[in-house]
Design a protein around this ligand. Structure first.
Ligand SMILES: C[S@@+](CC[C@H](N)C(=O)[O-])C[C@H]1O[C@@H](n2cnc3c(N)ncnc32)[C@H](O)[C@@H]1O
Length: 274
């Protein structure tokens, strides 16, 4: 029964994907070739001008299939990859060398470090900036120490760390900077004080600030943890915010495990290019 249901669901998903990518309906998801689909039209609603930027490599050398896509995304679908790995893969499709990005919850610095690698080109020292913030001083110290262990002093200069609430991000991101991405990893600091968590009110204010600072072609990315008190309410606030963004300007989606009710939920809000 369960297996039958699974197959039926997969087959429906397969048909939907097939329709989006003009691939014959009889192909099942198992035989669905992501590479073919991505080569034909990687993101059907996004202008093709943007497609050139869907890789971490320089625009002139970008092509498909996207390296790592099958490994990470399909790995996530089958329970072998984490939500954060999927988030990082999505970031790589959006962020370009030289970009300005915001880590709204830097915690232990893992996401900050991943972002820095995406905005920096080691070969010629060219790079953008990461504005990283956290409400906890301990988190700022933890991020700083991770960067010290991993980076040279020149690279570290590209990260600006702030011990503030993310609802105030506009006070630290220079007014004229074109912010390509704002990323949130909500919840509490792993290994830290579990009573200091992100809360709906300030998360909502920070989302509104993100909407204001983001350039067209940019991304608001969220990994939402729902296993702690208040987590589910916060997800509802995030979902309501994303649902309210006009479809003419935004593409918003979420990825959520159905039978793991406490698994983190991924939410992506992509601001269309004009
Ligand atoms: C899940 S952790 C982030 C993990 C981090 N991105 C990493 O890679 O290690 C969530 C972080 O959000 C921080 N936080 C909570 N409320 C905040 C707020 N209003 N503004 C900024 N950071 C906040 C917490 O202190 C915690 O460090």
């Amino acid at each position: 029964m369960a297996a039958g249901f699974f197959q039926a669901e997969m087959s429906m998903l397969s048909s939907t994907l097939a329709r989006s990518y003009s691939i014959p309906f009889r192909k099942t998801l198992m035989s669905f070739d992501f590479r073919i689909a991505m080569e034909r039209n990687p993101f059907p609603r996004i202008p093709r001008s943007r497609v050139a930027a869907f890789s971490s490599s320089p625009p002139h050398s970008r092509n498909f299939p996207i390296p790592g896509l099958e490994d990470v995304f399909v790995g996530y679908l089958f329970g072998r990859k984490k939500a954060t790995e999927v988030a990082h893969l999505v970031w790589e499709q959006i962020i370009q060398k030289g970009d300005v990005v915001v880590d709204a919850t830097c915690g232990n610095g893992n996401d900050t470090l991943a972002m820095l690698k995406m905005v920096t080109d080691d070969s010629n020292g060219y790079g953008g900036h990461v504005y990283a913030m956290d409400i906890q001083k301990d988190a700022i110290e933890s991020t700083s120490s991770l960067l010290d262990q991993t980076l040279g002093s020149k690279e570290k200069e590209r990260v600006k760390l702030f011990n503030i609430c993310h609802s105030k991000m506009e006070e630290i991101v220079p007014e004229k900077s074109s912010v390509r991405m704002v990323a949130f990893n909500l919840g509490y600091l792993p290994g830290g004080n579990k009573s200091i968590i992100t809360v709906s009110d300030t998360t909502l204010s920070a989302l509104k600030a993100s909407e204001r600072v983001l350039v067209p072609g940019g991304l608001i990315s969220l990994v939402v943890y729902i296993g702690h008190p208040g987590g589910r309410e916060e997800l509802e606030v995030v979902e309501a915010f994303g649902s309210g963004l006009p479809v003419s300007d935004w593409v918003c989606c979420k990825l959520q495990m159905l039978n793991r009710p406490l698994a983190p939920v991924l939410v992506f809000m992509f601001k269309r290019e004009k």
